[in-house]
Each structure stands twice: as structure tokens, then as C-alpha cells.
Design a protein around this ligand. Structure first.
Ligand code: FAD
Length: 534
């Protein structure tokens, strides 16, 4: 069963390995685990539904609770401390575009706000009811999971948009195909959620971000159905797919999506390479991206993230041996870890390795072969379970991410980490901040920082720590000209920062677009574009 107040399947229990706890104590201090609210206490706070009856709408308290939270740290704090607050008034599980249409029409008639929900893995507050005071209906789309059509000649597959990552890949693999979209939330996130939040997968360097994979689809809007035909390329005016990408449930409900699929690769290797310093690592990864070799993944951890990864990995003796070996090869304190993905035909992988090897040699890279890479691959979707273990030990973890051009990458990394540390220092707390470049491009890179700090003894303290950190890092991102999100989207948590990026004219155009499809504000969830309070 999926956890109601944390990440993932409750049968998967992750522990902090080895001296991980000592390491965290050293970084941010000894933490006292908090007493989590029970499910019964949380359910007792669910108010009566404000929605009238409808055959497709359920008002079960547990369903309404689950439908109202994603995975942002704010969501976690409210659930773990039992500060439930506003929840959805009803939940429907449509199984067709027709039912979605029916529910949109009904919601308009009864004055409800509709929030579409995919895998509920949002980390930016998408699923919380807006402050408008109107009743809220959540459309859970995960029953819409069928592969509708597969065209092996054009390499296209049309799916119902509520299909989750593993299910989508299994349906394609049964016929020898794959999509290759692997966000870390792959276990639960859905195709529709990926499209409307402009998601990026771990191997998007090969397969493309969702923008490149999404070829067309069907959007049910309060104004009617918008069908976007799929063509390989077009010069026929603005691309309507771009309206849907990043629309975050404000224009309509994506019920079907056509995606560009690939044949399964002949070979795939993940290789860990260490470099002596951040400067060498950044120069190497930039050179790799700009050489356009076609690697499927390039992920560079800074020195603090490299150290943290090695300390939290457990296996202290093997890691000590590895570090002695790396030191002998010139990668001692300050070393950085670069994880590379080589995917393709056998000859193509061999050629990519040779070309990448030459670039890495110029930057004093030390390859450790596929051992660490294979371990990473085996646990690529399990690492997120560490959030549960950290919480149990009394530590909170949040992440913030952006993208900037190469000249601004180091300053952005420093500014984000420093903003997080200073925000918590102002509250008398320490923050362990570290960063990696998760997606690198010829032009620049995403910058993805993680912040670990003590939860605190009560909700008020924990909430103050989180909101101070979130605001300070968001402001640092905007101040340095970064996008407010490279991959997580805007939601409610980032909505106030969007104008800094889009400008007043851009925000006005987005509002006009939303109003065009949704005159009466059925989809006025407060995501992307802030809604005024009631
Ligand atoms: C541990 C963890 C790791 C993550 N790693 C990544 C990562 O590597 N890359 C990345 O890009 N993101 C990542 N995310 C963020 C998140 O998984 C993505 O934003 C994902 O795309 C959300 O998909 P979902 O189906 O869960 O959407 P939900 O969380 O259910 O919804 C998100 C938003 O999309 C809307 N929506 C969902 N489905 C539809 C639909 N069919 N039609 C219209 N609107 C819809 C909702 O109304 C909401 O506004 C991560 C999240 C977590 C918790």
C-alpha cells in the first residue's frame, strides 16, 4: 500500500546505513525524531464535503485526504504533524474522456474547482485546494492507463494520460518498445503529469525531455475538446503542444497523449568518473555536452554532494578503499563524481566511450568503471525512500532546482546553497546543502540543490524553517536570472516567482489563455497563476 504521509510503498523500508547518522549529526546537529500524527487523527479532521451528490464522485475521507497532498516538504509537514487544513471535497476516478467531460460540466454547474491528479508526486504544492473558498473536486486519472494505439512505423504510441511510469514502460516493452522517460518519481508519476509539468527524466539527454516526447494529444477543457494532431514537425504557426506543456491543469485535463517511442537499446552502461575538483568536473561535463556525443546521462555532483553520497552509501570499508585509490590518482578532498550513461548500439556505445574518455582524460578524470554505475542503476528509484529514513531520524530534506547558462552555473550553485544555509542560520539552525548538475546542455545546465536540516520539535518551528529556506533559495534563483524551475514546475509554491521570468506581458497572456479555455474558472486551482484569496 502506498504511504499516506511519506514516499512510496510501505513495504519498502529504508534505513540510514553505517555511519550516516554520525555524518548528519556532524553537519547539522543531533536531531530528535518527532511523533507523527496517526492516520485516525488526520481523518478526524476531514470536514464534511461541500459538494452535492454525483454518481462518479466519492466523498470517502481517506480518498479526500490522499487526493489533497503531493510530496512537497510542506505537504509532508502538514501530514506528519497532523495539520491537515483544507482538503478536497470529493474524488472522482473517471475512466474515459467522456467521463472527464461530464465531470467538468458538472463542476461548472455546481461552482466547484477541479484539480486533475496523476501520480500525486508534485513537489511544488500543486494538489492543495486553492484559497478561493469554493468546493474542490479532484479528478484521479490513474484509471485511464490503456495503450490505445502503437504505430511501429512512425514510432508513436498513444496512451490514456493517467498511465504511470512502470505500467507505461511495461506495456511498451511487451511489444519491444520503450519511452525512456525516467524522473526519479517514475514509480508513481503519470504521463499526463509529466506533460503538464514539463518533466525531465534521468536519461533525457538521449530520449528528450517530455517536450520532445509529447507529439500530440487530447485536452478536455471547460470550453470543449482540444485535439492536437501529431506531425513530425510543422511551420504552421505557434505549436499548440506548447500550450499544454507546463499548463499544470489550468487549461484542461489531458486525457490522451501520443508519445515518440524508441526501440530497446542493445547496450547500456553507467560509468562513475571522479575528477579532482569542481572546476575540472564542470569543464569536463560542459565539454562532453558541447561535443554532442549522444550520452544518455551526465550528472555531476559537487564535492559536498560527492562526500555525502559516499558517506550515506554505507559499506564504509569499501568506500575507504575507493577513496584511498582515488587519492593516489589525484582525486582527494574536493573531488567530484560524474555519472555518465552510455546507451545505444554496441558500436555506438564503444565509440561514445572512446570519445568521452579522451575528453575526461584532459580533465584528469579517474574512471571507476561500471561498478558504481550498475549500483546506481539498480537503486535509481529507491534512493527517494531515504527521505522516509531521514524523517524517522528527525531530519527534513528539500530540493530546489533551476537552469542557467554556463557562465552563471558556479555562482548559482554557490548562491542557492548559501541562501539555504543563511536562512536557517537566521533561525539558529544549520543546513547541510549540496548540489549536482542533473541535466547538462550545450548552452548551460540545471542546478539542483538539496538541503538537509533538523525538522524541529513542533509544526510551527518546522514550518518556519521550511518556508524561510524555500523563500530564500527561490529569491536567490530569481535574482541570478535562473528559471524558477527546470523540471518540478510552478504549482502554488513557485507561482509568486513566475512573473520575474515571464514578465507582466507574459503573465497577462497566460491569464488570457486560461480564461479563454476556462471562462468560469473551473480549473482555478491557484497553480501556475496565483488566484486571489476568497
Ligand atoms: C521523489 C521525487 C522525485 C522527483 N523527480 C523528478 C524528476 O526527476 N524529474 C521531474 O521532472 N520531476 C520530478 N519530480 C516531480 C514530479 O514527479 C513531476 O512533476 C511529475 O511530472 C508529476 O507527475 P504526477 O503524475 O505525479 O502529477 P501530479 O503530482 O498528480 O500533478 C501535478 C500537476 O499536474 C496536473 N495534472 C496531472 N495530470 C494531469 C492531466 N492528465 N491533465 C491535466 N493536468 C494534470 C495536476 O493538476 C497538478 O497541477 C519528483 C518528485 C518526487 C516526489
Amino acid at each position: 500500500m502506498r504511504r499516506w504521509n511519506g514516499w512510496g510503498d510501505d513495504r519498502v523500508v529504508t534505513q540510514l546505513e553505517g555511519d550516516a547518522l554520525d555524518f548528519l549529526r556532524l553537519q547539522v546537529g543531533t536531531a530528535t525524531p518527532t511523533q507523527d500524527a496517526t492516520l485516525e487523527a488526520a481523518l478526524a479532521q476531514i470536514p464534511p464535503s461541500r459538494l452535492p451528490g454525483h454518481a462518479l464522485v466519492g466523498t470517502d475521507a481517506l480518498e479526500r485526504l490522499r487526493a489533497s497532498f503531493g510530496q512537497s516538504l510542506g505537504d509532508w509537514l502538514r501530514l506528519r504533524f497532523g495539520r491537515i487544513g483544507a482538503v478536497s471535497d470529493g474524488v472522482a476516478w473517471p475512466d474515459s474522456s467522456m467521463q472527464v467531460r461530464e465531470l467538468l460540466d458538472w463542476a461548472r454547474a455546481v461552482g466547484a474547482v477541479v484539480i486533475p491528479c496523476g501520480g500525486a508526486t508534485s513537489v511544488v504544492g500543486h494538489l492543495s485546494p486553492p484559497p478561493s473558498g469554493r468546493p474542490v473536486l479532484t479528478l484521479m486519472l490513474t484509471r485511464m492507463r490503456r495503450l490505445l494505439q502503437l504505430d511501429p512505423v512512425a514510432q508513436l504510441a498513444r496512451f490514456e494520460a493517467g498511465v504511470a511510469g512502470p505500467d507505461l514502460e511495461a506495456q511498451l516493452r511487451a511489444q519491444g518498445w520503450m519511452l525512456g522517460h525516467y524522473p526519479q518519481s517514475f514509480e508513481y508519476a503519470t504521463l499526463g503529469g509529466w506533460v503538464v509539468t514539463r518533466s525531465s527524466g534521468q536519461q533525457s539527454a538521449r530520449y528528450g525531455r517530455i517536450e520532445a516526447l509529447f507529439a500530440g494529444g487530447r485536452l478536455e477543457t471547460p470550453r470543449g475538446t482540444l485535439e492536437i494532431a501529431s506531425v513530425p514537425a510543422s511551420a504552421a504557426g505557434p505549436d499548440l503542444r506548447e500550450w499544454v506543456l507546463g499548463s499544470e491543469g489550468r487549461l484542461g485535463v489531458l486525457t490522451e497523449a501520443t508519445v515518440r517511442i524508441s526501440r530497446l537499446p542493445e547496450r547500456e552502461d553507467f560509468v562513475a568518473v571522479f575528477l579532482p575538483s569542481w572546476a575540472e568536473g564542470e569543464a569536463a561535463v560542459r565539454a562532453l555536452a558541447q561535443a554532442r556525443l549522444g550520452l544518455s546521462m551526465m550528472r555531476l555532483a559537487n564535492a559536498t554532494e560527492t562526500l555525502t553520497t559516499l558517506r550515506l552509501a554505507g559499506h564504509a570499508r569499501a568506500i575507504a578503499w575507493l577513496e584511498r585509490y582515488l587519492a593516489l590518482r589525484g582525486c582527494a578532498d574536493g573531488k567530484v563524481m560524474l555519472l555518465l550513461g552510455f546507451t545505444g548500439g554496441r558500436a555506438q556505445v564503444r565509440a561514445m566511450k572512446a570519445l568521452a574518455g579522451a575528453i575526461l582524460k584532459r580533465h584528469h578524470g579517474v574512471s571507476t568503471g561500471t561498478l558504481l554505475g550498475a549500483k546506481w542503476k539498480a537503486h535509481r528509484f529507491k534512493g527517494v525512500y531515504l527521505r522516509n529514513a531521514l524523517w524517522t531520524a528527525g531530519y527534513a530534506v528539500d530540493t530546489m532546482e533551476t537552469a542557467v547558462d554556463w557562465p552563471r552555473v558556479p555562482a548559482m550553485m554557490r548562491a542557492m546553497e548559501q541562501a539555504g544555509r543563511e536562512a536557517l542560520a537566521a533561525l539558529g539552525e544549520r543546513c547541510h546543502a549540496y548540489t549536482h548538475l542533473s541535466h547538462v546542455y550545450a548552452q548551460g545546465s540545471s542546478v539542483y540543490s538539496t538541503f538537509v536540516f533538523r525538522v524541529g520539535p513542533d509544526f510551527g518551528t518546522a514550518w518556519a524553517r521550511w518556508t524561510a529556506l524555500k523563500a530564500a533559495v527561490s529569491e536567490a534563483v530569481v535574482h541570478l536570472g535562473g528559471t524558477i524551475s527546470h523540471q518540478h514546475g510552478v504549482g502554488k509554491d513557485h507561482a509568486r516567482y513566475l512573473a520575474a521570468e515571464k514578465g507582466a506581458a507574459g503573465i497577462a497572456a497566460l491569464r488570457a489563455l486560461a480564461t479563454h479555455f476556462d471562462v468560469t474558472g473551473v480549473l482555478a486551482s491557484g497553480n501556475l497563476l496565483e488566484e486571489p484569496p476568497a
